[in-house]
Each structure stands twice: as structure tokens, then as C-alpha cells.
Design a protein around this ligand. Structure first.
Ligand SMILES: [Zn+2]
Length: 274
């Protein structure tokens, strides 16, 4: 699946909007916010969604309200985040469970609770959203190289299966904007880790003429989605490389560590009966 709608602020999977009227989802870009601190010119402000050292928390708060409103129609829809630690662990928020007062440490979050947006933050790492259209369960994952090696996406989907009975034929997935193989030069040690972990590692690493090894984290996570049994046609890739497109996205590597965060969100609308 390739066609997607792009608005300036949020990227979405067009087919999902038509197919799942009860679903909220989107991948933010840097457009549409009020943060001035990472601005590339005097005129534009950014949609920084991370409480970074440089930005004003009041700006981040306003940006988060804007994202919630754009995706769900309501500024007040809670964004349920996690404290991302580059692990292979996911947490589950149950339907009637109260929202956490303190974000749990994890890199994936799954839920069947309506009325909230599950959120992961990235700025080069790969965000992955998964939807079980049959059980109405949603999940968001954060996969940098460490999480990818620890199979965050594969394990998270196994958790959807064990906790909610999700079957692969009912799952759809979208891989959001992250650093592409075009920009992600990595060292030998990292290549070695991927080689030890994945039988398909040779398809994830390209060697340039100069001998630099480029890692394709998007493909690595697409392979993990396929390994869970999701049909290739149900996996959409949205947005492209964060590092190549500094006007559209924040990039940790591209902006040498001083950058904002994008948020990828997914949720089940309150509305019943659709
Ligand atoms: Zn690139």
C-alpha cells in the first residue's frame, strides 16, 4: 500500500481513515506548532512535541493540544506516552484502567481503551503503528536500532496476540518517518549485531562505493511486521527519511542532537456503534 494523505501537520494513511471510521491516527511533522527554539528561519515555528532541554514546556503543551485536536477533533484528548528506553518491552493499557500518573518505562504501548491517543516520540528512530481492525486494539512502537535488535515490534505484536487474541489477518501497520538508509551510516559493531540477530541482515545493510555501511531500519521493522504474519499489502510506509528532509521533520542526526521530537499517535474514538 503506498498512497497516503499528507497534510502539513500530520501524515496519515488514507486507506485507514476510510476503512476504520472509529480510528484516530497520525504521524506528526514539524509543521503547525508554536515552538521557536528550533526554527530554521525567523518566520516559522515548529511542532515540537518532546519536553526537550531547549524548548519552553508551555510551547510543548500547546503543541500537544494542537496535535490531539488535529487527530481526534478534541484538544482535550489525552496523549498517553511512555518513558522510552530503547528496549524490547511494551506495556498494555486496559480498557477500564486509569491512565498512569507517571509514564511507564517501555518502547511500545498497546490498548483497547477508547478516548485516548497512544503516543511515541521520535526524531530519527522508527515509529510503527499497528491496528487490529477486528478486536479494536491499537499499538504504537518506538524502534531505534537498539529496540529493533531487541525486536520491539515483533514482541509487541506477540503481546497483542497473547493479551487480546489479535490475529495477523486482522492487523494493519504503518511505518512512519525515520532515518533512511540514505543517511544512516553505521559502524561494523552495529552491523555485526544485526547479522547475529537476523537471518535477513544482508538485506538491511548496503555498502557504499566508499565502503560506508548504511543501515535500513525501516526495512528491518517491515521485516519484523512480516514475521508476525501481517500481509505485505497491509503494511504502509509513510513519510520517508527524517534526515534528508529537515524542512519537514526533526532529525537527531541531521540537527546534531539539538532538535525537537515528533509524535506518532493512534487511538480508538469514543463513539460507539461505528
Ligand atoms: Zn536520508
Amino acid at each position: 500500500m503506498k498512497p497516503t494523505i499528507s497534510s502539513s501537520m500530520v501524515l496519515a494513511v488514507h486507506e485507514w481513515s476510510a476503512r476504520f471510521p472509529w480510528l484516530w491516527h497520525g504521524f506528526s511533522t514539524r509543521a503547525g506548532g508554536v515552538s521557536a527554539v528550533y526554527s530554521q528561519d525567523a518566520q516559522s515555528c515548529d511542532l515540537n512535541l518532546g519536553l526537550t532541554a531547549e524548548d519552553d514546556p508551555a510551547c510543548v503543551g500547546e503543541n500537544r493540544l494542537r496535535l490531539a485536536e488535529r487527530v481526534s477533533g478534541l484538544r482535550g484528548t489525552p496523549l498517553v506516552g511512555i518513558r522510552q528506553i530503547h528496549s524490547g518491552a511494551s506495556v498494555t493499557l486496559r480498557r477500564n484502567q486509569a491512565l498512569w500518573s507517571e509514564a511507564p518505562q517501555a518502547d511500545g504501548i498497546l490498548s483497547d481503551q477508547p478516548g485516548v491517543l497512544l503516543a511515541v516520540q521520535t526524531a530519527d528512530c522508527i515509529p510503527v503503528l499497528v491496528v487490529d481492525g477486528n478486536q479494536r486494539v491499537v499499538a504504537a512502537f518506538h524502534a531505534g536500532w537498539r529496540g529493533t535488535v531487541q525486536r520491539i515490534v515483533e514482541q509487541g505484536i506477540a503481546q497483542m496476540r497473547s493479551e487480546f487474541g489479535s490475529q495477523p489477518e486482522h492487523l494493519v501497520a504503518a511505518i512512519g518517518p525515520g532515518i533512511g538508509a540514505c543517511c544512516y551510516a553505521v559502524g561494523e559493531e552495529l552491523v555485526e549485531r544485526f547479522t547475529q540477530q537476523f537471518t535477513y541482515a544482508e538485506h538491511l545493510v548496503q555498502r557504499t562505493e566508499a565502503g560506508t555501511q548504511m543501515l535500513d531500519l525501516t526495512e528491518a521493522n517491515r521485516r519484523q511486521l512480516l514475521a508476525t504474519g501481517i500481509d505485505a499489502g497491509q503494511i504502509t510506509t509513510v513519510g520517508g527519511c527524517t534526515c534528508c528532509q529537515p524542512q519537514r521533520f526533526f532529525s537527531h542526526r541531521g540537527q546534531l542532537g539539538r532538535t525537537g521530537r515528533m509524535m506518532s499517535v493512534v487511538g480508538i474514538a469514543h463513539t460507539t456503534g461505528i
